[in-house]
Design a protein around this ligand. Structure first.
Ligand code: ADP
Length: 195
């Protein structure tokens, strides 16, 4: 099964992706996680992405396209994958179509978690509080200023991605304001109990 999970920062993509991975034996391909790993490892890619990410802006399309191109063809993704945080621009979505076609692959569904903007702010504040309480390290972009930039980028560049998939008839919207288990059930229903 091949899925795309869309939704604003804090919409719950990571939480739901983890559940889908366990249930369907597929891999989660999160461009945010891959980029953070590159930053931590100090690779040239990480060096290029670090400041852009910290500000809450999007990194250039080509950087994430190269990451995804390598990963969707890897053997651990042969069973299927969930793309989380990609595509984030219409240009990325178009390129994804090309990459999939090249490999004779097709998306089974595109699921969007829909959440009110006020709730997003609360969730990210909560994530910061919980992380601090657990003695963890808060993400460099989980601060009010970068979050505002992330939400602006989402509205301007990523919201049109939903429209792109809606036009193709692939988009399933799920209420991301519901309790976590209900969201999981709604996603199961939206993907039609596939696999
Ligand atoms: P969020 O919680 O904002 O959804 P992510 O972990 O998905 O965060 O991404 C963190 C940051 O990594 C983004 O703000 C952006 O700088 C960069 N990033 C991740 N995925 C992409 C992408 N597909 N295109 C461009 N930039 C990306």
């Amino acid at each position: 099964m091949r899925l795309v999970l869309l939704g604003a920062p804090g919409a719950g993509k990571g939480t739901q992706a983890t559940r889908l991975v366990a249930k369907h034996s597929i891999v989660q391909l999160s461009t945010g996680d891959m980029l953070r790993a590159a930053v931590t490892a100090g690779t040239p890619l990480g060096a290029q992405a670090k400041e852009i990410m910290n500000r809450g802006e999007l990194v250039p399309d080509q950087l994430v396209i190269d990451l995804i191109d390598q990963r969707i063809g890897a053997s651990d993704a042969a069973h299927g994958f969930i793309l989380d945080g990609f595509p984030r621009t219409v240009a990325q979505a178009r390129t994804l179509d090309t990459l999939l076609t090249k490999r004779n692959m097709k998306l089974d569904a595109v699921v969007e978690l829909v959440v009110d903007e006020n709730e997003l702010l609360k969730r990210v504040e909560n994530r910061v509080r919980e992380t601090l309480k657990a003695g963890g390290v808060v993400r460099a972009d989980d601060n009010p200023e970068s979050l505002k930039t992330r939400l602006d980028a989402y509205r301007k560049l990523t919201a049109p991605v939903s429209a792109y998939y809606a036009q193709k008839g692939d988009l399933k919207q799920v209420d991301g304001m519901a309790p976590i288990d209900d969201v999981t059930l709604a996603i199961d229903k939206a993907i039609g109990g596939r696999v």
